[in-house]
Design a protein around this ligand. Sequence first.
Ligand code: ADP
Length: 503
Amino acid sequence: MIRSLLIANRGEIAVRIVRAARELGIRSVAVYSEPDRLAPHVLEADAAYRLGPASSSQSYLSVERLLGVARAAGVEAVHPGYGFLAERAHFAAAVRDAGLVFVGPTPETIQAMGDKTEARRRMRDAGVPIVPGLVDPVADADAALAAAEEIGYPVLLKAAAGGGGKGMRVVVEPEELPRSFDAARREALAAFGDGSVYLERYLDRPRHVEIQILGDTQGHVVHLGERECSIQRRHQKLVEECPSPALTPELRAAMGQAAARAGEAVGYVGAGTVEFLYQDGAFFFLEMNTRIQVEHPVTELVTGLDLVAWQLRIASGEALSFTQEDVTLKGHAIECRITSEDPYRGFLPSTGTVTHLQVPSGPGVRWDGGIQAGFEVSLHYDPLLAKLIVYAPTRGAAIARMARALDELVVRGVDTSAPFHRRVMDEPDFRQGALSIRYVEEHPDLLNGGGDEEVLRAAAVAAALLEDEDRQRHRTPRITASQGPGSTTPSAWRRGGRPWTDA
Ligand code: ADP
């Protein structure tokens, strides 16, 4: 087993990796930028080294500085987490060249899967269904027009080097194509230093369903069920769950087998995710992510497997100790991404000091966080503060549990996405599992409302005081939640919830 590990990341995922390392008896070494010097991942690791100032290019993205720390700390391996350098083949290669173990697949696999056209070619050749469209970039707008004619509108222009939803353009009719082509090219060039663009069919209302895989260095690949990640905004996931309410056992097996085939086709080592779009009973390969994903905990809760621990075991050369038949899904898990964004202002990033933090707990609740009271939220990094994950025997019970946990959560000092999540838990389509990637766009009410929280809080306090005064005077409640027979709820005032009567 690896004995020491550098964690080339920050925030909740760095904390998550420290925890797995500690349980396996691995010494963990954290790195930090100046503003992160007292962040939880720094405090919880066995050692921590400063990388540089706030800017990512001089800290978490600096290969040179990271390798310098690896040398100074004498570690044996490097875990990249997700984001930052996790899917940069040159980083994996530099780690390997420095004589260290990279926790993840080979640089060759990362490189191949990072190019969407090459990934599509490889998957097609391995017999994995891909979204209909091209497997090579198009040279110019005329070639794009000709291809679109064949694929059929609407089409989606995509950057071959794409990621994070950048360089994507939906084109509904031929007239728009030349302009969108230029825009996608420009955006791709700016974001990835590579302007290659290709086309695929734009599916109307698909779900995003992805399959977790694990591969070991002995050549075994297993799939660990799916995650439903359809609730997205601007192609960024907001809520994830396992299992997907859409899949039958037959579909799950078919998608799982396709994902395992995809992994085998590229000699996959470590934890990876094969993303699919699913619509009308058919599924299509979207891309393969060669890293641990933000939403991995829902799979962990439903399979009972610790994915980060398995990443470290596999990197140590251990073979998977179980086969496909041993993998079973039990119960239901949901994750909400708690970000420093205000859902009522178009998910505008919010900054400031976290003045108070109350973390939900109790049965079936997991908090994977990267913040604490006193933590300064800045615009330097990703807005993900923490993940709230729940587990229960059924989907309905998991939804109720998530609603309860969100009611317990208090984050003061910065706005968070939590009020959006709380509304989703009550929304009828979500409750029925009627989802597609257009869910948020089709439910604009989830983003309206809010109001100034301070004013609301003051109003609630005033109302509670008034009621208390009233009760003292009359010894009976004046505000009632229900006029129906059998109502015993004394008041409509609740801290973050509905009265428990159904009226
Ligand atoms: P990125 O690598 O930039 O994240 P992906 O290829 O993973 O891009 O796609 C991100 C999201 O964009 C998907 O989850 C889905 O919501 C949407 N999307 C991608 N391809 C299509 C398509 N062909 N039709 C409809 N929606 C798509």
